[in-house]
Ligand binder design. Structure first.
Ligand code: 13P
Length: 258
């Protein structure tokens, strides 16, 4: 983290977990134990049907609610899809884009790019995900792969909007496996992502953008991961489903930075 130049963001990704009633229960518990200090931004990205309950419960709080996907088109015949302006109207602030679980369902870099542009246009903060498979890591092509995902995902994002984008590095082999990247491994890739942004935009913009780590991040390993200079927060799956664990990760972001 580096609080001097950029925001620290602790974001939860609930994936396909919790009903609207369970959402209300979770938020009620979270509110009672939420730390008062404001050392980081806090986001919870929840299933679409849980958004109204989450927004209602967290209205007077500092927790921003987000969606887990969006459709890049403004409206039309896209059965089952949700447009960015609908998310904004429902009270969302964030939207996760290009999660590896969605890419595995066929989402391409071009789709990710269209969604990032649509989210920015609507005023949402896109949390754009990237990450390599174990095979790619072992083949030594992680850097090239991530650089390509970032370049294609950010295509056409204008200079004045790049600082609104949050990038999440999620090695696929670390998601839901309990096998976290070491702080050094995660730092190395996050640092590379910043270099790619620097080349595409400028040093100032690269310095200002928040890059999160995701993949089995939990209340035990968060402190060490967040101590890395280029890891500006976390995108947390499993551990974001338990209020006590999520709060411990928020607390881990309360540490001195460079
Ligand atoms: P886990 O924290 O459950 O490994 O999930 C990470 C993730 O995919 C967040 O988007």
């Amino acid at each position: 983290m580096n609080r001097k130049y950029r925001k620290t963001v602790i974001a939860g990704n609930w994936k396909m977990n919790k009903t609207p009633s369970e959402t209300k229960e979770f938020m009620t518990q979270l509110k009672t134990i939420m730390p008062r200090g404001r050392w980081c931004d806090v986001a919870l990205c929840v299933p679409a049907v849980c958004i109204p309950a989450a927004v209602r419960a967290m209205r007077e709080t500092r927790v921003g609610i987000g969606a887990e996907n969006c459709n890049p088109n403004p409206s039309g015949a896209y059965t089952g899809e949700i447009a960015t302006n609908m998310l904004v109207d429902a009270g969302c602030k964030y939207v996760i884009i290009g999660h590896s679980e969605r890419r595995a369902m066929g989402e391409t870099d071009a789709d990710v790019n269209a969604k990032v542009l649509a989210a920015l246009e609507a005023g949402l903060v896109p949390i754009m995900c990237c990450g390599e498979t174990l095979e790619q890591r072992e083949a030594g092509i992680t850097d090239e792969w991530i650089a390509m995902q970032i370049k294609l995902g950010l295509k056409g994002v204008p200079e004045e909007k790049i600082r609104k984008v949050i990038i999440a590095y999620e090695p696929i082999w670390a998601i839901g496996t309990g096998r976290t990247a070491t702080p050094e491994q995660a730092e190395e890739v996050c640092e590379n992502i910043r270099t790619v942004v620097r080349k595409l935009y400028s040093s100032k913009n690269a310095r200002a953008i928040s890059i999160l780590y995701g993949g089995s991040m939990n209340e035990k390993n968060a402190f060490e991961l967040l101590a890395q200079p280029d890891i500006d927060g976390g995108l947390i799956g499993g551990a974001s489903l338990v209020p006590e664990k999520f709060v411990k990760i928020i607390e881990a972001a309360n540490q001195p930075t460079v």
